[in-house]
Ligand binder design. Structure first.
Ligand SMILES: Nc1ncnc2c1ncn2[C@@H]1O[C@H](COP(=O)(O)OP(=O)(O)OP(=O)(O)O)[C@@H](O)[C@H]1O
Length: 302
């Protein structure tokens, strides 16, 4: 058995002349909750589709539970759960019938998990899938996925459209499954407070490239706010070592910086700047400042 749940090597994907994934190499060990973040269009869903063998790479390779993505057998697919943001389900079927079909397909079916997660929604067993609201459909789909006890669970923005109570219930079920059954969960979200709560590992993607893989708190520890006063105008953004964002606060400036220690200290000293303090940042601020630096609109505004 491969010690990795997911392995990719030099994975590339182009659509015509558009480069969507570039040289992505990743070794994801089995177990734990791995959160994938990135701006819109970074390539997260494309990576999921490649891993699941739903689309072919332009070059490079990917493996999932030790099997090449393009050769996944129905038996192996049965060990992998996948929930996409559209929550694709058979519209014409009744809730009870969908559940029974799933229960018969998955020997490790967890009835208690199914009932607990679905219990947060006013979904009746006799309702047709087509009659469910967006949030109910999401909740139903997630309760099915979590109850299947898959070895690997891939979730593409699973909590989109859920209210706070449903979201909390889902996250608790996710954490339970992650710790109790040893399931590997790869989960993509824009909700940083969720990630902070549940994720053991944080993967950051930017424009088709994997930029960082580390525990979430290790990533936020790399980013700080430095509150600085310059004697005159501040230097140009691209001169400041490690700068992600610069914001004016009264007579001072807040520099949000990545991995900036001694070189930044020296740079500021050389310009006669006074450092008032250095502050830790939340994961939300750290990731958003990091992604904002290379965001198209941020660049256009500079
Ligand atoms: N079939 C396709 N043909 C052409 N371009 C595509 C196709 N599928 C995806 N893309 C492009 O690939 C890029 C990555 O898309 P993808 O859906 O993987 O991004 P994402 O990171 O999941 O974004 P989001 O957070 O907005 O869901 C986008 O720029 C998208 O327009």
């Amino acid at each position: 058995m491969s010690e990795f749940a997911i392995r990719t090597q030099g994975l590339c994907k182009h659509y015509g002349r558009k480069r969507v994934l570039h040289n992505l190499s990743l070794d994801l060990p089995r177990g734990g909750i791995h959160a994938l973040v990135g701006s819109n269009g970074a390539g997260k869903s494309t990576l999921f589709r490649l891993l699941l063998g739903l689309t072919e790479p332009s070059s490079g390779s990917s493996e999932i539970l030790g099997c090449e993505s393009c050769q996944l057998t129905p038996a192996l697919r049965g060990r992998i759960g996948f929930v996409n943001e559209e929550h694709t389900l058979p519209e014409w079927m009744r809730v009870e019938a969908v559940m029974e079909m799933q229960r018969s397909l998955y020997p490790q079916w967890r009835e208690a998990t199914y009932r607990e997660v679905l219990g947060n929604f006013d979904v009746q067993p006799g309702q047709r899938v087509s009659e469910l609201s967006r949030g109910e459909r999401a909740g139903f789909n997630l309760s099915l996925a979590l109850a299947q006890s898959p070895e690997l669970l891939i979730l593409d923005e699973p909590t989109l459209g859920l209210d706070v109570v449903a979201k909390r219930a889902f996250l608790e079920a996710l954490m339970f499954i992650g710790t109790d059954s040893g399931c590997t969960i790869l989960y993509c979200s824009h909700q940083m407070e969720e990630i902070e709560r549940v994720a053991d590992n944080l993967l950051i993607m930017e424009r088709g490239e994997l930029k960082s893989v580390s525990p979430p708190d290790e990533f936020s520890a790399r980013v700080h706010h430095w509150i600085v006063e310059f004697p005159e105008r501040p230097p140009a953004n691209n001169e400041i070592p490690g700068l992600l964002q610069l914001r004016r606060i009264d007579d001072s400036y807040q520099l949000t910086v990545l991995d900036a220690g001694e070189p930044l200290q020296q740079f500021l000293q050389d310009r006669g700047a006074r450092v008032h303090c250095k502050l830790q940042v939340s994961l939300d601020e750290a990731v958003n400042s990091y992604l904002a630096k290379n965001h198209r609109t941020a660049q256009a505004a500079q």
